[in-house]
Write a protein that binds this ligand. Structure first.
Ligand code: DX5
Ligand code: ZN
Length: 246
């Protein structure tokens, strides 16, 4: 399942990923149905442990419950101190992509290697203040790099443009790596991130605090397209082929 889901994620890029942090947890089934109908092709799940970040969300039962309501790939963002302790239960619950924070682990290479052994897509994330060099050798082992454009922990924060420099640098050095951005993405910042070479755009407030998910996702997709036009004009990301993410 995970291999097919990873291919589906790659094939659907560039894509808007609703972050379920701000959804109605009293009606998960309805939320998933509405997001699917609105064109969401991947769901982003924010797992927080109240320790790595000062916020607490949910674990395997919610992932497993969502899995029963959708075939969409589940992209699980682990904001927890011990990702390996929960990795296999998360895969068993239905996670297709597991992303860990480089700040949370002592040995990112070992963590990435153990996650890969589970047959799941593997992502590595870093917060705005963490330098790209922290990825070390692990960057060449993973399927995706998640560049945070807010400090991990809460929805509704302001976009930090430091993420754009990191995206440009990663896109240049790793033309085939999936790049994801998370935090403060709206119709304006999504264009900036796309022009910097990003593939996957995690969105909370700009979907869940709008009246219509359909209209919100359409507007965000228009923002992606606007950047595609600009990028073709100025060729700002030479190593990045827009239509080729395979
Ligand atoms: C923040 C989470 C995000 C968050 C994004 O720690 O990882 O996924 O839900 O929300 P917005 O789009 O409101 O910044
Ligand atoms: Zn997230």
């Amino acid at each position: 399942m995970a291999t097919a889901a990873l291919k589906a994620i790659r094939d659907s890029a560039p894509a808007v990923l609703p972050s379920l942090l701000l959804c109605d947890f009293g009606d998960l089934k309805g939320e998933v149905a509405e997001l699917s109908a609105a064109g969401a092709g991947i769901l982003h799940l924010d797992v927080m442990d109240g320790n790595f970040v000062p916020n607490l969300t949910y674990g395997m039962p919610i992932v497993e419950g969502l899995r029963r309501h959708t075939d969409l790939p589940l992209d699980v963002h682990l904001m927890i101190n011990d990702p390996l302790a929960y990795a296999k239960p998360m895969v068993d619950a239905g996670a297709d992509m597991l992303t860990f924070h480089v700040e949370a682990v002592r040995d990112p290479v070992a963590t990435a290697g153990k996650l890969k052994e589970l047959g799941v897509g593997v992502g590595i994330a870093l917060n705005p203040e963490t330098p790209l060099a922290s990825f070390g050798e692990a960057i060449s082992m993973v399927d995706m790099a998640l560049v945070m454009s807010v400090e991990a922990g809460f929805g509704g924060q302001a976009f930090n443009p430091i993420a754009l420099e990191k995206l440009r640098s990663l896109r240049q050095d790793y033309p085939d790596l999936l790049l994801e951005i998370d935090g403060g993405i709206d119709v304006d910042t999504i264009s900036l991130a796309r022009a910097a070479g990003c593939d996957l755009f995690v969105v909370g407030s700009a979907i869940f605090r709008q009246d219509s998910y359909l209209a919100a996702i359409a507007d965000l997709n228009a923002g992606i397209q606007a950047a595609t036009g600009k990028n073709a004009d100025n060729d700002s990301a030479p190593g990045w082929k827009q239509e080729d993410h395979s």
